[in-house]
Design a protein around this ligand. Sequence first.
Ligand code: PMP
Ligand code: GLN
Length: 397
Amino acid sequence: MLNTLPSKLPDIGSTIFTEMSALALQCQAINLGQGFPDYPPPGPLIQAVSEAMSQGHNQYAPMAGLPQLREAIASKVQAQHGRIYSTESEITVTSGATEALMSSLLALTHPGDEVLLIDPAYDLYAPSIRLAGAEAVRVPMRPPETDDPMFRVDWNRIESAITAKTRMLVLNFPHNPTGLTLKPEDLDALEAIVSRHPILLLSDEAYEHIVFDGFTHLSPVSRPLLADRTVLVSSFGKTFHATGWKIGYCCAPEPVMAETRKVHQFTVFSVSTPMQAGIARYLRESDTLSELSGFYQKKRDRLLSGLKETLLRPLHSEGTFFLLVDTAALGSGLEKELSVRVTREIGVASIPVSAFYADPNRPESNHGLLRLCFAKLDATLDQALERLRGLNTWVAG
Ligand code: PMP
Ligand code: GLN
């Protein structure tokens, strides 16, 4: 009987992040695959969380989150984007961005609905859409070209994919894995689309505080027309070097948030109280958010300049803590196979970009690109670069 249990996700195994981290451990490779820092969260934040525990913040938080954290989020989002969200009815603290995305997709999409994804897309969206009984419709970005070596979003192509069944478009900027950010003209295009079609936007902004070269993160919620249709999702894990804490949040207009909360309350009910109390205090007392982009830009540049001495050609990254490398000099083939070989033989783990497409084995999903995570100590990056220089003899051999 156990062998014949019907599966809701029969074709889904472990995520590529789990797989490559396990391989990295097994081969003692430096793990530039799964995105997590190898340094701790800020000391004062750890202190604020532990004080919250010793001061008795240990029982259930309110379902939507501690009021002081929702207030801190409201002030932060207003300062960033000018949108005022009601702490009472429009902000929910979630178990990471993951739960905010899953709860929103389960609550807001229905059997028969179509949800547009822009490929390459983070691995969580499509299975969540299927669990909601809806269908993911995937529209590819234009892959990098010789005279413009960046992925590009074609908004006309996205609009052409909208049908009467389209309920939602999922956005993720700064973008994992390409490092692309939104520009004013992208928001113009989105406004035009939204004014013509009654769709919702689910905006995954997990990397909102990591944007380079003097740019600031542009959220759809900075435009009232878009904000009225958008669920904004973010993650404190990325912002505070604390991916294991699994705390995030979402903001949306009241009728939308009312639906998302119905799923949230029966999925987790509420999120770790001392973490919420500590983060609320830290957000009130410190001003480190503005330093994050500079901190990561130095790491990006360290990796970029070191890669010049390898056979890997880095693509430009405008945000997130990832950059893509072109592996053309290593030959052709499936990105996944190359990523596994480099992990085993060179000792540096990466993520194949093909894993962000519906079928990683198709030629359209393979552009000879691997994703490297630079949320690592300088010494880790230097050691990884030293190993990657070994690719030169690897290819010659
Ligand atoms: N969205 C994107 C684009 C991500 O890269 C991640 C992973 N860090 C998440 C969502 C999940 O965030 P969290 O760890 O807060 O659940
Ligand atoms: N978001 C992380 C990444 O892109 C992975 C998180 C996870 O392992 N689920 O690497």
